[in-house]
Design a protein around this ligand. Structure first.
Ligand SMILES: NC(=O)c1ccc[n+]([C@@H]2O[C@H](COP(=O)([O-])OP(=O)(O)OC[C@H]3O[C@@H](n4cnc5c(N)ncnc54)[C@H](O)[C@@H]3O)[C@@H](O)[C@H]2O)c1
Length: 314
């Protein structure tokens, strides 16, 4: 049942979360330490919701104006927290700042024993974020989204060693009910899952470029025109299952080959020096720094189209 959601930080990720929750009629209280920032965010949110409505990509059944009416400005942390069922923290990626903010929330009288305290952090372990908390540390969890979360539904839910199992369940249920696709880690680990897999790919692409085997452009093409095409619809395990007479046969046929090739992969690269420069130069030549914003829009348009296609095919 819709209720109140507190969003702390009105930047890119805070705005995305606001739209996601408002799309399902949650009352969103958007707070930022910079009061002007919320005013600016509200203008952007109104425009964005209207743009999505006009392009047929608006989530939920309410229209853009109805959804916008569910997003409220607050310049007061207490007001954002009081009575909320879920707090989504979206402030700068700075551990001390996040620790300070959750310490403050921990000390507020209005912070209930039921509210889920969820950080959007891309890399800090929840045990570090909750380190200074006394009363509510069992309610803290990480909910790491992928940009832009309005169109990329995955959220990694990461517990600290103190997180109560019920908090994991409530977060999974809530995020599923607003259309996200949460995956739950059984315990915290550096890099969570998305970054660990991303780093494995970056490491091997780096080694292949450093070894003179492939160009930067061709390494990107391998993902965008090959592996990525499948991965947009199924993961590596299901891909393998379909590539043989089932997963057991895949292991029988390919385990040794995978192991042998993997032993030729070499140590973890440091990603500095001439190869790093070569990769950076080639990408900058292709997409100059002043064209990055334009290219991000290009990326987001394609992600929107892909997300529409996936919904249609479901
Ligand atoms: N941008 C991404 O691609 C992405 C993806 C996944 C996760 N994240 C994570 O989400 C979080 C937010 O990222 P973003 O890109 O939206 O950042 P952003 O820089 O766009 O916005 C951060 C906002 O937090 C506000 N803020 C700072 N201190 C505050 C405080 N004490 N109280 C309230 N508001 C405060 C700032 O004024 C700013 O509006 C970060 O932890 C980031 O790592 C970002």
């Amino acid at each position: 049942m819709p209720g109140k959601i507190g969003i702390i930080g009105s930047g890119l990720i805070g705005r995305n979360w606001s739209m996601i929750f408002a799309s399902q009629a949650y009352d969103v209280y958007l707070y930022d330490v910079v009061p002007d920032a919320v005013d600016k965010a509200l203008v952007l949110l109104k425009n964005q919701l209207e743009t999505f409505q006009n392009s047929g990509t608006l989530r939920g059944t309410l229209n853009a104006a109805e959804q916008f009416a569910h997003i409220h400005k607050t310049t007061n942390l207490k007001e954002a927290v009081n009575g909320a069922v879920h707090i989504q923290e979206c402030v700068f990626e700075n551990l001390e700042l996040k620790q300070k903010l959750f310490f403050e929330i921990d000390g507020l009288e209005c912070t209930s024993k039921e509210v889920v305290l969820c950080s959007s952090t891309s890399c800090f372990l929840p045990s570090l974020i909750a380190e200074k908390m006394v009363k509510h540390r069992t309610q803290l969890i990480v909910g790491h989204p992928i940009n832009p979360p309005y169109f990329v539904p995955l959220v990694e839910i990461v517990p600290s060693p103190w997180t109560e199992p019920a908090v994991l369940d409530r977060t999974r249920q809530l995020l599923t009910s607003v259309g996200q696709k949460p995956v739950v880690l059984k315990r915290e680990i550096e890099g969570f899952i998305v970054n660990r897999i991303q780093y494995a790919i970056l490491n091997e692409c780096y080694r292949l470029i450093e070894g003179g085997i492939i160009s930067v452009t061709d390494a990107d093409t391998v993902m965008s025109e090959g592996l990525g095409m499948r991965y947009a619809f199924m993961g590596p395990w299901q891909t393998a299952h379909l590539n043989a007479a089932g997963m057991a046969e895949y292991f029988e046929k390919y385990s040794k080959g995978i192991y042998d090739v993997s032993t030729t992969m070499g140590p973890t690269p440091k990603m500095e020096g001439p190869t790093a420069k070569l990769i950076a130069d080639e990408l900058t030549k292709k997409i100059p720094i002043d064209k990055l914003e334009e290219r991000r829009k290009w990326r987001d348009q394609r992600l929107i189209a892909l997300s529409q296609l996936k919904k249609k095919m479901e």
